[in-house]
Ligand binder design. Structure first.
Ligand code: URA
Length: 229
């Protein structure tokens, strides 16, 4: 249930102010009746017609974005480019699930399914997230032992990670939490500075076939899998 003006702006991309004007001008019909009160409540089963066009009821959207470096995972910032600007949706209630640093690339899930977002980003659910990591120094011989054992930080202890060495200075690291700067902090603990970081997977989702800056809606199958995480 939500206010008619909010419903109209969320489902058409119109500003809240324009929605109110349109409603007050008698252009909006709710279940066959002209409604001039922008505060009137509507729910998903109501039929709303605006200027003769039926407005589709709010639906949940699930986007996968290949985040390029240089974009902030924030809902607003006066100066920086935001990840949300890369999503071609009129839905105003979309939010990223977790965060990637401004200089990190890779897989970011964006949805207006608040329940799923809360679940996947919350501390109880340990969704595996695999990162491709490049470092400024050679990886030490005991990197695997150190990274895979619980690592203590002042705000948390890791639940154990999975390490796969790729070259002297690059590896995959899979973690199940998503603490602030977690991968960079874990690598710093073993004496390595991260020079490039890309998230390759999020649970069952991968970046397969995507280029930086691209996004697409998840398939029904992918959404089902994600809900099982
Ligand atoms: N770990 C980091 O340090 N940065 C990210 O963006 C994601 C995980």
């Amino acid at each position: 249930m939500m206010r008619l003006d909010k419903y109209l702006s969320e489902n058409t991309g119109m500003s809240r102010e324009n929605s109110r004007k349109t409603i007050r001008n008698g252009k909006v019909v709710l279940n066959g009746e002209i409604i001039k009160d922008p505060g009137r409540h509507v729910n998903d089963t109501d039929i709303v017609i605006c200027d003769g066009k039926t407005i589709a009821a709010s639906s949940l959207e699930y986007w996968i974005l290949y985040k390029p470096a240089g974009y902030l995972t924030a809902r607003s910032d006066p100066e920086k480019s935001l990840v949300m600007s890369l999503i071609p949706s009129v839905k105003k209630d979309l939010s990223p699930v977790g965060r990637l640093d401004e200089d990190t690339e890779g897989l970011l899930l964006i949805t207006n399914d608040g329940m799923l977002n809360h679940k996947l980003a919350g501390p109880k659910f340990h969704v595996p997230k695999k990162y491709y990591v490049e470092c400024g120094q050679p990886l030490p011989d005991d990197a695997g032992e150190l990274l895979e054992a619980p690592m203590n930080f002042k705000d948390f202890t890791t639940a154990g990670a999975v390490y796969e060495k790729l070259s002297d200075t690059s590896c995959f690291l899979t973690i199940t939490e998503g603490k602030y700067h977690q991968v960079k902090r874990m690598m710093a603990k073993i004496g390595c500075e991260v020079t490039y970081l890309r998230r390759e997977t999020f649970g069952s989702l991968t970046l397969s076939g995507m280029e930086p800056g691209e996004c697409r809606l998840l398939t029904e199958e992918e959404i089902r899998e994600l809900k099982k995480e």
